[in-house]
Write a protein that binds this ligand. Structure first.
Ligand code: HEC
Length: 282
């Protein structure tokens, strides 16, 4: 019985880890800012300005943003543009059929995307969004001029490109490649996309290579300072999407501290009481 239980637990652990590793490009850890109200507010502003045009967040009403420290007045003044009321849901005017025509895929509702993309024990959905938004690169051969490392051939153009500024990307892969004569050979491929999205590929055969396969990506921003500020903004945006997927988490964490404190005190009382009860029995 116990053995079986341990087996099941071990199995589910390995599954969780392999799922996380399967995603191709490794996800980076997003800075944890869930208790930082300024970050959440900035994330809300970015979301409304840059994402809500295409994506809805139908499980959220604007006035829920009072939970992250905004007043209804601030919400009305800074986040409502098209005559919505503060009690309205975060919906969009774009029709899914049109979106499909324009982008090849309908933009999903983002209410719970951070929960949908999280893996037990692996990277969180916040890490997913953080890495996804930071791995767009210009590729002229794509219909919208953009591609993405986390979501190859994505139907979404880089929404924040103006904040990030142009950058080039170089991908250096070493892999065993099948040859025409049926043998395999180690090859290094260097794929470079310049800031305008023009591609340049160089391949070399690695004679006598004894290492293993590798895949390394380097981004070189034209404006390093803008790119660093952009990373910081994206951390706030990913943080906000994490909160949106589970708005009660702030309350739960606040409550959690009190619950732990209560349990701790209760344990002390029970301990003493136990001693008193058994004192005369022995
Ligand atoms: C111009 C329209 C447009 C804008 C603006 C836009 N998106 Fe998207 N987004 C899309 C489309 C279309 C898809 C579906 C892509 C696909 O399935 O190929 C998508 C997909 C996504 C996904 C899902 C990725 C996945 O793995 O399933 C996330 C997350 C996302 N967008 C986040 C954002 C965020 C955050 C913003 C704001 C910074 C944003 N989007 C702005 C059109 C847009």
């Amino acid at each position: 019985m116990i053995k079986k239980l341990i087996g099941t637990i071990a199995l589910s652990l390995t599954c969780a880890v392999s799922v996380a590793a399967e995603g191709g490009y490794p996800l980076e850890k997003a800075p944890v800012r869930i208790n930082d109200m300024a970050s959440l507010q900035n994330g809300a502003k970015l979301f409304v300005n840059y994402c809500l045009g295409c994506h809805s967040a139908k499980s959220l009403r604007y006035n829920r943003l009072t939970d992250i420290g905004l007043t209804e007045e601030q919400i009305k003044r800074n986040l409502l543009f098209t005559g919505e009321g503060v009690g309205d849901l975060m919906e969009i005017a774009m029709r899914p059929e049109d979106a499909k025509k324009w982008f090849g895929a309908a933009p999903p509702d983002l209410s719970v995307i951070a929960r949908a993309k999280s893996h037990n024990l692996g990277p969180t959905g916040v890490d997913y969004v953080y890495t996804f938004l930071r791995t767009f690169y210009r590729d002229n051969s794509r219909p919208l001029g953009w591609d993405n490392l986390v979501f190859p051939s994505v139907g979404m153009p880089h929404p924040l490109w103006a904040l990030q500024g142009p950058r080039s990307m170089e991908r250096n892969t070493v892999a065993l490649v099948d040859q025409a004569d049926g043998t395999q050979q180690w090859q290094r491929t260097i794929t470079r996309f310049d800031p305008q999205g023009f591609k340049d590929v160089k391949t070399e055969v690695l004679q006598g290579y004894t290492g293993s396969a590798s895949d390394k990506v380097t981004f070189t921003p034209v404006d390093a300072k803008a790119a660093a500020q952009f990373d910081n903004q994206v951390a706030d945006l990913a943080n906000f999407l994490g909160w949106m997927a589970e708005p009660v988490q702030l309350e739960r964490k606040r409550l959690g501290v009190w619950v732990l404190l209560f349990l701790f005190l209760f344990f002390g009382v029970a301990w003493r009481l136990n001693a008193v009860y058994w004192k005369d029995v022995k």
